[in-house]
Design a protein around this ligand. Structure first.
Ligand code: C2O
Ligand code: CU
Length: 665
């Protein structure tokens, strides 16, 4: 069974086990209070349920043993806490309660004086139920790693509930006893919250623990304004673009539409196409309306003392490893650009390939709403393909669409005519927050590039399908055949080359991208290691405890910042304990994939890699781009729910923070 299946099974068993023990206890208590004849029947049910609960508990132990095979991260809190809490009382129940229940099915009584026997029979059953519930709490509250505080909290509540139950089941139930019992509960809760809560206070942002010291991220800019603003140096090309954030309406051919935020009135924004070596200068202007105002733009003059209003904007160059100050993350590399304001980005287009850009202010809202576009850097030596097209996949509302070469998006089949025999490159960009399965049929094809980087030794694929992570890019190359070629996205025919005949959609196996191409020489030693265990757990997020998308049990902004030193090679292990897929996206760096689930990879560099439930990825990051970098899940809703943090270089700090309305997710 796969790790993902075991995780799902474990979650079902969790609930079933708790329900079974609770029901056993409740029914046993009822049976003990009934007259003999009815009691016999009820106790029989209780005994049967008890047996079932024992079997299910054993099954939980087996599933946990299976999960342990995938790694300690998947079972730490189960082995140390959740299982002992249910297994020990379950054994007592099997030894003490079950035989008495069985005796009761014959006699209608479990023997002995009634209140005393109720305590002997029901107490172990109830405590087992508490243990099972506490086990659920372990998974939700503690996850990985197990903290002393979290363990103390769970144990304190478990002990308090057990103590109160013992009292209440006892012979003398005076009001004084009830008060004592309630007091115990309150004390335990207070203790648990004090020890286990560990809620950070004061800190707006623990990520800025390098703050105030070292070089400011602001100094890590692209080429100086003089170089960019002045005339080009010998052989230097400067490419200038202006991107204006403004409202727009998207009309889809099927008739649907959506109110959007756009760059320059188009969604997607203009395709920025430059040549390797060019100096790129982009002026971002925000002309979105001021919310709640008269609909007029504000003056753009910084207005100290006035809160910023409306929708801020930035531009993040997704997958382009620009100097830190050009990375476009509000609160990390700049302040959000408010309606009326502007900001200039400059970087040298050193790497050829397929990339995209998007706003990073409230990105979980702004990107789905249209504040994105594509960036293509043509290599200094031209690619061999004479046909070169860039494809943006994006979902508006619930309508998946395709935009070819920056044209208006279509939710119907897009048609393209290409000369037979032409070498063709389709640059497919997934701008959605969910992965997409692509299929190309009608011609053998190659994955010529992944996340902008060429794939060494790319081999022909025939009818194979591809899994493209949210934010990821594949360049697909093929020779146009005499017949048609079909591209499907999520099983939806989306692009037809040289119709009208349509080839059957690709239905082959999904390529394991981590094993594609010629294996690269990979680093064998690492200066530093870090493990990111991803899960959905209770954590403080937005100042309140809530169910959050967490890294090592914590949610933004409380996830500690991994700090690296320039020049180091870092091994990052990403473990997905949850049931959601997480496209992890460290800014400023491509990471080389070392292995997936222990299987060695070919080492392709990627900037967004999809860690599915139950998976363990190992990647290598070479710290060659100093800065303070955002690192997050590119399911942007997950980032907004806590799954984002920083990766910082020693000696680099940022003057920005989450005040001034900065809000990266
Ligand atoms: Cu495309 Cu921080 O993301
Ligand atoms: Cu995620």
């Amino acid at each position: 069974m796969t790790t993902a299946r075991l995780i799902a099974l474990d979650q079902i068993l969790f609930v079933l086990v708790a329900a079974a023990w609770a029901a056993t206890a409740g029914i046993a208590l009822t049976g003990l209070r009934q007259p003999a004849a009815a009691g016999r029947r009820t106790l029989l049910i209780a005994a049967a349920l008890c047996a079932a609960a024992i079997v299910m508990t054993a099954l939980r132990v087996a599933v946990t043993a299976g999960l342990a095979g995938a790694g300690w991260w998947f079972v730490a809190e189960k082995v140390t806490l959740a299982l002992p809490l249910v297994v020990v009382p379950a054994l007592v129940s099997a030894a003490v309660s079950l035989p008495r229940l069985l005796r009761g099915t014959a006699t209608g009584s479990t023997g002995g004086s009634t209140p005393g026997s109720a305590r002997v029979v029901a107490f172990p059953l109830l405590v087992t139920a508490y243990g099972a519930v506490a086990g659920i709490a372990c998974g939700v509250v503690i996850s990985y790693p197990v903290t002393a505080g979290g363990a103390a909290a769970v144990l304190a509540l478990f002990a308090a509930a057990s103590a109160v139950t013992w009292r209440l089941l006892g012979p003398a139930r005076s009001p004084r006893h009830a008060w004592q019992a309630a007091g115990t509960c309150v004390l335990a809760l207070a203790l648990a919250l004090t020890i286990g809560g560990g809620w950070p206070s004061g800190h707006l942002h623990t990520g800025h623990d390098t703050g105030g010291r070292g070089v400011s991220v602001d100094l890590l800019r692209g080429p100086a304004p003089a170089a960019a603003g002045g005339p080009a140096g010998a052989g230097e090309r400067i490419r200038r673009f202006t991107l204006t954030a403004q409202p727009a309406t998207v009309r889809l051919p099927s008739g649907g539409g959506a109110e959007a935020w756009s760059f320059n009135g188009q969604v997607p924004g203009p395709v920025l196409r430059v040549r390797q070596g060019d100096l790129v200068e982009v002026v971002l202007r925000n002309r979105l309306p001021v919310q709640g105002g008269s609909g007029q733009e504000n003056t753009g003059q910084p207005n100290p003392g006035q809160p910023n209003t409306g929708q801020g904007v930035t531009i993040h160059w997704h997958g382009y490893d620009v100097p830190a100050a050009e990375d476009g993350v509000p609160g990390v590399t700049q302040d959000a650009v408010w309606p009326g304001q502007s900001h200039v980005y400059r970087f040298r287009a050193e790497d050829a390939g397929t990339y995209w850009y998007h706003s990073h202010q409230n990105s979980s809202v702004a990107v789905p709403r249209g504040l994105f576009g594509l960036l293509v850097v043509d290599p200094a030596t031209p690619v061999p393909e004479s046909e070169d097209h860039v494809l943006a996949l994006h979902t508006f509302g619930s309508r998946p669409t395709l935009s070819v070469d920056g044209a208006a998006p279509s939710d119907l089949l897009t048609r393209l005519t290409l000369p037979p025999g032409a070498r063709t490159r389709l640059r497919v960009v997934n701008t959605d927050t969910q992965p997409v399965v692509l299929g190309l049929s009608g011609a053998p094809y190659r994955i010529a590039a992944v996340d902008g980087g060429d794939v060494p030794g790319a081999t022909d694929l025939d009818g194979a399908r591809l899994h493209l992570a949210a934010g990821g890019r594949y360049d697909l190359t093929f020779t146009v055949p005499s017949g048609p070629v079909l591209l499907t996205a999520g099983d939806r025919p989306t692009l037809l080359v040289n119709g009208p005949a349509t080839p059957p959609p690709a239905a082959g196996p999904v390529v394991d991208i981590t094993r594609y191409g010629t294996p690269a020489a990979l680093p064998a030693r690492f200066d530093r290691e870090t493990t990111w265990v991803l899960d959905k757990t209770l954590a403080v997020s937005g100042g309140l405890p809530r169910l959050a998308q967490t890294v090592n049990g914590k949610a933004w902004p409380n996830i500690p910042t991994p700090v690296v030193r320039q020049g180091e090679t870092v091994r990052i292990r990403v473990v997905n304990r949850g049931t959601d897929t997480h496209p992890m996206h460290p800014h400023g760096h491509h990471v080389r994939i070392l292995s997936r689930n222990g299987v060695p990879a070919t080492g392709l560099p990627m900037d967004t890699f999809d860690v599915a439930p139950g998976e363990v990825w190992e990647v290598a990051l070479v710290a060659d781009n100093p800065g303070v970098w955002m690192s997050h899940c590119h399911d942007l809703a997950h980032a907004a729910q806590g799954m984002e943090f920083h990766l910082a270089y020693e000696g680099v700090s940022t003057p920005y923070d989450m005040t001034n309305g900065n809000h990266p997710a």
